[in-house]
Design a protein around this ligand. Structure first.
Ligand SMILES: C[S@@+](CC[C@H](N)C(=O)[O-])C[C@H]1O[C@@H](n2cnc3c(N)ncnc32)[C@H](O)[C@@H]1O
Length: 301
């Protein structure tokens, strides 16, 4: 049985979800993902019954509309994906650009799913006008409709009736959190956000983000943050201020998205920052011994 992952997305945490979950508190009333993207951590948490309620947010509105469809109207999006995917046969490249234009005109989530399945590295890229401008991967047709169907139906079974979707700035979502929730944050990486145009829809103001983390600490809200990383000897992004009292661990992510993005043949270590209220309950010596990546249950894209 595989953990489903319907939305192909560069930067997805599906490969290291198991490692991240090892630092979760024992009891979580609600799992909150303010920078959800493909929401790999929410899906993995639902799969392993880590929480019963989920809040999934991303500033990218069509992406959140797509999530809503996948979870609440899975039959419709399975049908749409099948129709759009089979439409490409025999005329793949030109067809991709037609769908891209339709998406930019209508913002309809069904087109976005096809674009993400078929574009280079499943990487969202926008131009300065906010139009999706990633090119097609000419070697692939995108995930087969029958595989996509499995992922969509499975994710819907996991999240339906338990999940609220929002498309807002992360700060508004953090204001909704309570000490009984777990907030997992994976904002655009400092080291990669400005490479190759707009990687995601929006980049992050570091100072504002630090203030948000202080506020979470003040309110005693447990949180885990994926922030920067290291490829070989090169570190991306600045260290977080000591005053935040976060515990940092490094996860071996193999040749992950960051390494691929920089076209280097090095291992990537992703940094995970754990809030003090969670860190106090963890025996790090034991955990640190086995941070080597285990085989994952996720499907590859
Ligand atoms: C690194 S990706 C998250 C990937 C995710 N962990 C996964 O498993 O797919 C960062 C996400 O943050 C979103 N984002 C960027 N700025 C944001 C903001 N101000 N508020 C909320 N979401 C934002 C982007 O649209 C992008 O999907």
């Amino acid at each position: 049985m595989k953990i489903p992952h319907p939305i192909p997305y560069q930067g997805s945490k599906r490969i290291i979800a198991n490692e991240i979950m090892r630092f979760f508190p024992k009891k979580i009333d609600r799992f909150i993902e303010p920078f959800a993207g493909s929401a790999a951590m929410s899906v993995a948490s639902a799969f392993f019954y880590k929480a019963n309620q989920f809040l999934i947010n991303d500033i990218n509105e069509p992406l959140i509309c797509l999530w809503d469809k996948i979870v609440n109207m899975p039959e419709e999006i399975v049908r749409d994906y099948h129709e759009i995917w089979t439409g490409q046969l025999g005329n793949e490249e030109e067809y991709y650009y037609q769908i891209r234009q339709k998406f930019n005109e209508t913002q309809e989530p069904k087109y976005l799913l096809f674009l993400l399945a078929k574009c280079v590295k499943a990487a969202v890229r926008y131009n300065s006008e906010g139009n999706f401008n990633q090119s097609p991967d000419k070697r692939r047709k995108g995930r087969m409709p029958e595989n996509m169907r499995y992922d969509i139906i499975s994710v819907s079974n996991l999240l339906k009736g338990k999940t609220l979707f929002y498309s807002m700035d992360y700060e508004k979502i953090l204001n909704m959190a309570t000490p009984n929730d777990l907030v997992y944050m994976d904002p655009p990486y400092q080291g990669t956000a400005k490479n190759g145009g707009f990687r995601y829809l929006e980049n992050l103001n570091r100072e504002d983000f630090m203030i948000s983390l202080y506020k979470l600490n003040q309110k005693n809200i447990p949180f885990i943050l994926s922030y920067d990383g290291r490829t070989g000897e090169k570190t991306y992004g600045e260290e977080l201020p000591d005053k935040l009292n976060l515990r940092k661990v490094e996860i071996d992510a193999g040749r992950s998205s960051t390494a691929t993005l920089h076209n280097r043949n090095h291992r990537t270590y992703e940094a995970l920052y754990i809030s003090e209220n969670i860190a106090q309950t963890i025996n790090f010596d034991e955990k640190q011994k086995s941070l080597i990546r285990q085989p994952t249950l996720f499907e590859t894209i």
